[in-house]
Design a protein around this ligand. Structure first.
Ligand SMILES: C[S@@+](CC[C@H](N)C(=O)[O-])C[C@H]1O[C@@H](n2cnc3c(N)ncnc32)[C@H](O)[C@@H]1O
Length: 361
């Protein structure tokens, strides 16, 4: 395919039109150039013809969000056999982020799933991908809870944790307004109050949120159960936690401290993140399981540090071990609903490794 545009590529790549594109638009422009080259001239194989016509049968995205980036001019006399605007208008609306161990690694079109599944911010199902060498990635959709006969099966298109910006993303990329329970509630809160400015007031907010959502975690952790608090129950003094920056800041602190310490801070912040996840996501949502696994790993790291420190050994170690086991049990409960996913290895194997370490094997 490259032959069809390589002579013109350097000029295109250095052009102001290409240069002013956002990074993700540049990727789109390059992919579209490859596709244009592939489906122009003699390069359009019969199998590709049926793939392209399947793709063209999918719903296009909204016209406003589908401004096609400029592609590299082709050196062949024949242009693409399909209208590039029509192809591009279907990209955003139908592409799935392919993830392995919940990290996005690629994008792909899965026509059947595109036709079947609408979005909900409180989905009853989740997509996973099975990735094996020399095979195309396979998409499976797994129920997160019992689904009644006739109930619509929905997945998420966008992370529901983007509480304040998600409606805009649905509008611009997919052309719909979400009317799920979570969005209806968010709409009812006309203005999310700002977060408290002082560190002390913020700490009190964290504590109040945890006591409201998951008190058992701050009591006897070995008995802890995952909370399923409906968003609608939230008292007005906790509403500032719906500021998107609240979760962003907490997740940033958890991510840095869970790797490098101090682990006591990571474990504390981690519980607040768990509380907000339990409010925003439906039960068994994979992100909750992944977070619990990170919490278990953090508790394990803290055990290692406690072992090296005579002052901390003993009670602290026992308490940390209890916590690690509880987080691991809950993480396993959640992640086993989704089952193995991505490429080989992954969180379910990590759970087993950590279990063995805790059991001294
Ligand atoms: C990938 S398609 C999903 C399948 C589509 N409903 C169909 O019939 O082919 C994405 C499109 O479905 C619609 N859609 C998805 N989720 C929706 C929702 N929660 N509310 C309204 N429309 C939705 C929008 O038109 C969106 O552009």
């Amino acid at each position: 395919m490259h032959k069809k545009f390589c002579k013109r590529f350097n000029r295109y790549y250095a052009s102001p039109d290409f240069d002013r594109l956002e990074a993700h638009e540049k990727v789109d422009a390059l992919l579209l150039t490859h596709l244009a080259a592939e489906i122009s001239g003699t390069g359009f194989s019969p199998s590709r013809a049926s793939e392209v016509s399947t793709f063209l049968s999918l719903l296009p995205g909204p016209a406003t969000g589908a401004r096609r980036p400029p592609t590299c001019p082709l050196s062949t006399k024949e242009g693409p056999l399909e209208d590039l605007d029509a192809l591009y208008a279907r990209c955003g609306n139908n592409n799935f982020a392919i993830h392995s161990h919940l990290n996005t690694i690629a994008h792909g079109i899965f026509p059947l799933a595109s036709r079947l599944f609408n979005h909900s911010c409180l989905p009853n199902a989740a997509a996973k991908f099975i990735i094996l060498p020399s095979r195309p990635a396979r998409m499976d959709v797994v129920a997160l809870r019992d689904i009644a006969m006739g109930e619509e099966i929905c997945i998420t298109y966008v992370d529901p944790a983007l509480l304040q910006s998600r409606q805009q993303i649905y509008q611009l990329t997919y052309g719909f307004t979400c009317s799920c329970l979570s969005c209806t509630l968010m709409e009812g809160i006309s203005r999310v109050p700002p977060l408290p400015a002082s560190e002390d007031a913020l700490k009190s907010l964290n504590t109040a949120l945890r006591l409201f959502v998951s008190p058992s975690f701050d009591r006897d952790v070995s008995e802890a159960r995952l909370p399923a608090r409906p968003l609608s129950d939230i008292p007005s003094h906790l509403v500032p936690v719906f500021q998107e920056s609240y979760l962003t800041k907490l997740s940033g602190t958890f991510s840095s401290t869970s790797h490098d310490g101090p682990y006591d801070i990571a474990l504390d912040v981690g519980l607040t993140v768990l509380a907000i996840y339990s409010l925003i996501y439906p039960p068994n949502y994979p992100q909750i399981g992944m977070h619990l696994l990170e919490m278990a790993k953090t508790a394990w790291n803290a055990i290692i540090i406690a072992e090296q420190n005579e002052d901390l050994a003993g009670t602290a170690e026992m308490d940390l071990e209890k916590r690690a086991r509880a987080y691991l049990r809950l993480s396993s409960d959640v992640l086993n609903v989704l089952g193995p996913e991505g490429d080989p290895g992954g969180p379910l194997e990590e759970i087993q490794v950590l279990r063995n370490l805790l059991d001294g094997n």
